[in-house]
Design a binder for this molecule. Sequence first.
Ligand code: NI
Ligand code: MN
Length: 230
Amino acid sequence: MSTEIKYLGHSSFQVLTNNKSILMDPFLTDNPTATTTADEIDADVILVSHGHYDHVADVEAIAKRTGALLIANYEIVTWFQNQGITNTHAMHIGGQHVFAFGTVKLTIAHHGSCLPDGSNGGQPTGIILKTVDGTIYHAGDTGLFLDMQLIADEDIQVAILPIGDNFTMGPADSVKATAFLKASTVIPAHFNTWPLIEQDTDRWQQAIQSETTAQPVVLSPGESFLLQKP
Ligand code: NI
Ligand code: MN
């Protein structure tokens, strides 16, 4: 048995675990790098890190079609309830909850979180997802922060970190973040979607290998990493 972490492009991931499909920050329709569509993706759960369009764009359509459980901070959940989404679970930073598919804990992130219509999306978050096969940390959009050393206490197997720069941390800070998190594996996100956030992933991989103990795994949209119990 293993947990599959499939990259959907930008910051979107599908985690297949315990016979459930968990989407993180689904952004497919207007994502130039996406290899799947909002009409065809399966979802039992949707996790959202913050309110920005490139993280929530397809949440409403997928949630309404599939009936998936939407989990996010209180402000984002309330906004989607007003769009007619009823299967929701609100959480907030520092809080953890045990679900049938795994355990979710929200962390801080240093970023913004306004929703597509300008509504207040509360504080942005990172997402810790504890599966039967190990713990995944999706940092969302954030700059580097020293408290990632506390997140390391959660025993992170896979860290998903933004490396695109400009809106989030760039490659150099993501190397420091990887060291703070003591993650076994690090997967880059939030890069190469548009020219403004283009990055050289070969150079990034070399930096991770020479400066941390983590294994860098660069996924193209549609590719997966298998998380297996050690
Ligand atoms: Ni953002
Ligand atoms: Mn973003």
